[in-house]
Design a protein around this ligand. Structure first.
Ligand code: 48F
Length: 262
């Protein structure tokens, strides 16, 4: 058989179009394919929900690839060990209740488990806005990252979702746009708005992140650093247990919500 470049092209276009069409109407839309976003999507897909991740960059994994200051090892505390064990990410004990994992193994394993559980990842896609109907977030407005980078004047497209997670990390981009474009609006946060990320304090940051992982507006949840910075909690630095546990918590909250509504 002679390879035909047009058939190769057709295969890509057909399959991608099928994938996109199959994900226009979701149970859960996750913005950001970093640590907390992927963990949430993995868990939700495992629970049978229709979930997709929209990730601006070419690669998923967010801030995990580079460990701390590009020393590509991550630190995990005891509380998160069961989740990493379940994912199949190998941990090495180091001090009492501290473990390390190879950052590249952690990202690739989490990515693989997420996709194989049934979540779809749309990389190179940026979320630039939300849809709000009757005081509820009902979906996302998406655009190619390349369009965003080139600052081209091109209209976006839309995804509908029963629940949306902002897992965009330090920038909490979706929370910002929700607030900016839908005034007056009050979030279920300590300040009613964005508290802002505080300086590094791992102990407080890890606990606060998990505590503030929640629905902050009807249909709209925050996880990971987006939860930290929305609530006004300290950053935690290069320890990743809180991000993983935040992803698990938001998935479990949404699972309960979607299950209770049948
Ligand atoms: O930064 P990231 O991994 O977020 P996280 O889950 O984890 C934070 C840690 O990596 C680390 C830390 C704790 O140890 O402090 O920083 O909170 O992943 C966020 C992802 O969201 C993508 C971004 O490219 C990254 O991969 N992202 C950000 N804004 C958008 C977006 C957007 N508007 N649309 C699509 N993706």
């Amino acid at each position: 058989m002679a390879l035909d470049e047009v058939l190769i092209t057709r295969a890509i276009i057909e399959r991608y179009t099928e994938k996109l069409l199959a994900n226009l109407d979701l149970d859960v839309a996750v913005v950001g394919g970093g640590v907390s976003g992927m963990t949430a999507a993995w868990r939700l897909a495992q629970q049978g929900h229709h979930v997709a991740i929209f990730e601006r960059k070419l690669s998923v994994g967010g801030g995990m690839w580079g460990g701390g200051m590009m020393f590509n090892e991550i630190v995990i505390q005891e509380a998160a060990k069961p989740v990493l064990d379940e994912l199949g990410i190998r941990l090495k004990p180091i001090y009492d209740q501290y473990y390390t994992a190879d950052a590249v193994e952690a990202v690739t394993t989490l990515g693989s488990r997420t996709v194989k559980a049934g979540a779809t990842v749309f990389n190179c896609v940026s979320v630039e806005d939300v849809m709000v109907r009757e005081d509820r977030v009902t979906g996302l407005v998406i655009e190619w990252t390349a369009v965003e980078m080139a600052r081209l004047h091109v209209d976006p497209l839309v995804i509908r979702a029963k629940c949306t997670i902002d897992a965009t990390g330090h920038d909490l981009e979706v929370v910002h746009v929700l607030l900016r474009k839908n005034q007056p609006i009050t979030l279920a946060t300590p300040s009613g708005g964005i508290g802002g990320e505080r300086s590094m304090w791992s102990e407080v940051g890890e606990k606060g992140t998990i505590e503030h992982t929640k629905e902050i507006y009807p249909g709209f949840f925050v996880a990971g650093m987006a939860a930290t910075a929305t609530a006004g909690v300290n950053r935690m630095g290069a320890i990743f247990g809180g991000m993983i546990l935040s992803g698990v918590k938001v998935a479990d909250l949404i699972h309960r919500r979607l299950s209770s509504k049948g």
